[in-house]
Write a protein that binds this ligand. Structure first.
Ligand code: ASP
Length: 439
């Protein structure tokens, strides 16, 4: 028998009807043996996530404000789900203890984790699977960092003895037994950790979209779904804003070579997106995988004749950034020019100081500041060693009348980044998409 680890997100478990869909998906394949469950999410756009309600309870308790009404919303949600599913499960004692603990000053992480902790038994009961408390199998070290080694050891041992189990996502425990959560959306990370510990054939991440789209659907109408991409391509796209799951969820499964399959609970027949270590370079040659981008960057363009002959020029500039606590994104350079691309959030209130200090440090002929820049990453393994890709990319932008301010090609050759005026951002993404994928 194979092993599939399935993580279901909040929208996939938002109410009894959604849980029923998840149950049918799980039961349709006997390999779906380990289930990682989020807390119930939003049922509609105006609805509240259970996790947010728990954060609210904690914030109230911390200020000494009564939170019974908010807690009642939480309790009613769970009781309603149990009743609608017709389960023989009484969560009253658990709910009462949770409310008391929060009122008695339990930590924010403890409060937030209860969304998953209380949902776990519901999912386990509806499937007839065993429940595993993550506090017993997922560990953080004394400084709050995830302890991959200890977790792998304890969790894999535990799973080897249990054929089918539900593990709530999002949290684990510190060495002193206190609850610690991952950052928001962290059930994706738990799913990857469980997949690694189970030695899974695949990590299925069930959500409410049918995979990763080639670009942002708010910019391009109905973009294609990416059927397969590599972990690295996903990293590049995610860094530039494409999001489908938590960034850190890749690491545990990538280390173990376990593919991730993003699937849609509301359209289970769709194969979704598969994320793997390697794709067939031959098949994807000359093609792109996706386009992602972000606004709110500033470019500092530094010019100095014969800068290339001046030893330590780049170091002195980077030292200015370091001293000012500014991290940069890209630094393409020419013979007499060097551009530094920096996110606006890094430069807030510091632009003039940084420019003045650069002037003092390297005595340039000129430093220009270009605010309101956007970066667009065109990503694809198939671009590497493939002739004509850049010509097509730059040709499409020039035809669309987009002025390119900066070009940077990662050393892997699978990512070409262009900097354009923020006002040209959408037009540029549309032009690149049309050139490579079609209108
Ligand atoms: N429930 C948590 C959150 O809302 C974790 C998760 O759903 O992944 O962030």
């Amino acid at each position: 028998m194979g092993v599939k680890v399935c993580k279901f997100g909040g929208s996939s478990l938002a109410d009894a009807a959604q849980i029923q869909k998840a149950k049918e998906i799980i039961q349709s394949d006997p390999d779906r043996r380990y289930i990682v469950a989020s807390a119930p999410g939003k049922r509609s756009s105006e609805d509240q996530k259970i996790t947010d309600l728990f954060y609210l309870c904690h914030a109230h308790a911390k200020q000494g404000i009564a939170f019974d009404e908010v807690f009642k919303l939480i309790a009613d949600r769970y009781q309603g789900i149990v009743a609608d599913l017709g389960l023989d499960l009484d969560l009253t004692a658990h709910l009462e203890k949770t409310q008391q603990d929060i009122a008695a000053g339990a930590s924010e992480d403890y409060a937030a984790s209860r969304g998953e902790f209380l949902n776990g038994p519901i999912i386990a009961a509806s499937l007839g699977y065993e429940f595993i408390d993550p506090a017993e199998v997922i560990f953080f070290d004394g400084s709050g960092r995830f302890d991959a080694e200890k977790t792998q050891e304890v969790l894999s041992e535990r799973l080897s003895k249990i054929e089918r189990a539900v593990v709530p996502g999002f949290f684990g425990s510190l060495p002193d037994g206190q609850i610690k959560t991952f950052s928001r959306g962290g059930s994706d990370i738990t799913g990857a950790i469980v997949a690694r510990a189970a030695g899974a054939d695949v990590y299925e991440n069930w959500t409410d979209v049918s995979g990763l789209l080639r670009t942002d659907p708010r910019i391009v109408d109905q973009p294609q779904t990416i059927d397969t991409l590599t972990y690295r391509e996903l990293r590049e796209l995610a860094y530039m804003g494409a999001s489908v799951m938590h960034d850190e969820a890749i690491f545990p499964v990538r280390a173990a070579g376990i593919p991730i399959n993003i699937r849609n609970t509301n359209a289970p027949e769709h194969p979704g997106t598969l994320i793997v270590a390697q794709t067939d370079a031959q098949v994807s040659a000359g093609c792109i995988t996706g386009i992602a981008g972000r606004k709110d960057f500033t470019v500092l363009a530094i010019e100095k004749t014969l800068m290339n002959t001046e030893m330590g020029f780049g170091r002195r500039i980077l030292e200015v950034l370091e001293v000012n606590g500014v991290s940069f994104e890209h630094m393409p350079s020419g013979i007499d020019t060097m551009s530094i691309v920096i996110a606006d959030s890094e430069l807030e209130g510091k632009v003039n100081k940084v420019v003045e200090e650069i002037k003092m440090a390297v005595k340039p002929d000129n430093v220009s500041v270009y605010p309101n820049m956007a970066l667009i990453a065109t990503v694809g393994q198939g671009m590497a060693h493939s002739l004509g890709v850049s010509a097509k990319l730059f040709g499409s932008l020039s035809e669309a009348g987009v002025n390119i301010r900066m070009i940077d090609q990662g050393s892997s050759e699978m990512n070409i980044i262009v900097g354009v005026e923020a006002s040209d951002f959408e037009k540029a993404v549309q032009a690149i998409y049309a050139a490579f994928v079609g209108a």
